[in-house]
Design a protein. Structure first.
Length: 368
């Protein structure tokens, strides 16, 4: 049985320069059911400051990278009286996110910068916190709350190899920083310097990342929406790929939006996959990833079931997108559960059930 398999012949009219995402995704409010879920898993906290408070900055300065290129971030500043209170509250949030909220260590923390992103849908604030005793620093982000993003964060936490740390309070979402090299930077500056063995490994990881994104319906994985994480292991460097933007969780109607391979920004890695991996290897890595995801679905227990139940009754997309997506998936799976879905939550449940019950008998022919 096919599992979301895109045949090349069906996509023969697809162009890499075709615009996959044509509309700005709206923000979706948190339902009372989702709020209860977040509270039950210690995601909901009383924060001392809100996203809207940070919008009251007095001015800003453009942030440039080391090559004097505009990063699309601006460093914001506040009046002296507001800054003292804001700094203290931002340090308090840091202790809530990374500790138990104890304030005894706040005296050793400093807010080095508050940056505001002028690009993208969420327009986040990036907070840099430094320990003055040893100059170690880290970042976290303050964003507007969006229900679909929260679903995306929770699915990543449960179904990926990585745990995510985030907090919610009404209209404010706080996310920890995911360390790594932004995909677009990696492709441009690091990939050309990788040796053949490393390139083969990156190709393997990209196939797995592509498969995982599709299974859990996480869209818009353009190169700047994921990071590449290098880790030294004995005498080699191991590369992993992690998403960092969960804004497009189960919203768009085009199935290709949930396939990173179809974004033109990812073409250099797609070329790498074609040159380094044959079809048998690609099939092997895809089946491996599905098997791992299937085991995570089984081991997630009631937490995943609760989230799917809540999402099933939630509105995180529109009718046109839902109808298009469920019909496109049905074409390749022939599973009526997709066609009968009346919400993106039901569609997500059908996808995960399909993976769980059919991952052992997958025909992977013709993926690329």
């Amino acid at each position: 049985m096919l599992l979301f398999v895109f045949q090349i012949k069906i996509l023969k009219n697809y162009r890499m320069d075709e615009k996959l995402i044509s509309q700005k995704k709206p923000f979706f409010k948190i339902t009372s059911e989702l709020e209860v879920f977040l509270k039950s898993y210690d995601r909901w906290v009383d924060t001392p400051i809100y996203y809207s408070d940070l919008l009251r900055f007095s001015g800003s300065v453009i942030v440039y990278d080391k090559n004097d290129k505009d990063t699309l971030w601006v460093s914001v500043y506040f009046s002296e009286t507001e800054r003292r209170e804001i700094d203290y509250n931002l340090k308090k949030i840091y202790t809530l996110l990374h500790s138990d909220g104890n304030e005894s260590g706040i005296q050793y923390l400093n807010v080095d910068s508050i940056d505001y992103c002028t690009f993208g849908n969420s327009k986040p604030f990036r907070i840099k916190i430094r320990n003055i005793l040893n100059d170690n620093f880290t970042y976290y982000y303050i964003k507007q709350t969006d229900a679909s993003r929260i679903y995306g964060l929770e699915y990543e936490h449960m179904l990926s190899p990585y745990n995510l740390n985030f907090l919610v309070n009404n209209n404010t979402l706080i996310e920890e920083h995911i360390a790594g090299i932004p995909g677009d930077i990696f492709i441009k500056y690091f990939l050309p310097n990788c040796n053949d063995s490393e390139k083969a490994q990156i190709a393997k990881e990209y196939v797995k990342f592509n498969e995982r994104s599709m299974i859990r319906l996480l869209g818009d994985m353009r190169a700047y929406n994921y990071v590449v994480v290098p880790t030294h292991d004995f005498d080699q460097v191991v590369y992993k790929i992690r998403p960092i933007d969960f804004d497009q969780q189960s919203f768009e109607g085009k199935l290709s939006v949930y396939r990173p391979q179809f974004f033109k920004e990812n073409m250099p890695i797609m070329d790498l996959v074609r040159s380094k991996l044959n079809h048998d290897s690609i099939n092997q890595y895809k089946i491996e990833e599905r098997s791992i995801v299937a085991r995570r679905i089984i081991s997630s227990g009631n937490r995943l079931k609760k989230l799917l139940n809540i999402m099933q009754g939630d509105k995180v997309s529109n009718t046109d997108n839902l109808n298009r997506l469920k019909n496109e998936i049905y074409k390749f799976t022939k599973d009526d559960a997709f066609l009968k879905s009346t919400s993106m939550g039901e569609l997500m449940r059908a996808a995960l059930n399909f993976v769980r019950f059919h991952y052992e008998n997958v025909n992977m022919h013709g993926f690329f």
